[in-house]
Design a protein around this ligand. Structure first.
Ligand SMILES: [Zn+2]
Length: 169
């Protein structure tokens, strides 16, 4: 696992001046550190993690979003979901993984998975701001397990977009 901190610092737990400055400035949060160490400790068991670039975590109510490098999402979701399960158990949160730098559609598809997105469009509000309207296809039992408020929160914090979610009939 690679990230903005030196791997030596991560492994030893004692941060050099440079890494310490990133933590103090908030560029790297305490949760980032915690998740980074967790990922590092899982590398031996799940070697594909060695190639994952960890950007940051974004926390919302009950959900922890992990932002990784392009192409890294499958590396975290592999092994039958065991990495995600372990992270969920260790943090007590529902884990979601996103790709850094992905376009909005890809981000939203990951956000709403396993539901299908039928339409995405931008709504311009009178004050000049925008909302992203997403129409999601229904899936049996899917909606009840979907926490729309949490998803909106993630979209706002990870991508800085305001979501309007509608369900197709
Ligand atoms: Zn360092």
């Amino acid at each position: 696992m690679k990230m903005g901190l030196c791997s030596f610092c991560l492994k030893s737990g004692i941060l050099c001046q440079k890494c310490l400055a990133k933590v103090k400035s908030g560029e790297v949060s305490e949760t980032d550190l915690r998740v980074a160490r967790l990922l590092l400790s899982l590398e031996e068991k799940f070697p594909s993690l060695q190639n994952v670039y960890f950007h940051k975590t974004v926390e919302t109510d009950g959900t922890l979003a992990i932002v990784v490098g392009p192409g890294d999402v499958p590396r975290l979701l592999g092994y039958g979901g065991k990495i995600i399960k372990t992270l969920g158990e260790e943090t007590g949160k529902n884990i979601r993984v996103f790709e850094n730098g992905a376009d909005n559609r890809k981000f939203l598809e990951d956000l709403f998975a396993p539901l299908n997105i039928l339409t995405i469009n931008t709504i311009w509000l009178p004050d000049g701001s925008t909302e992203t309207r997403v129409i999601v296809g229904r899936k049996r039992g899917g909606r009840s397990s979907l926490n729309v408020k949490a998803l909106k929160d993630i979209a706002s914090k990870v991508r800085n977009i305001t979501l309007r979610v509608e369900f197709a009939d």
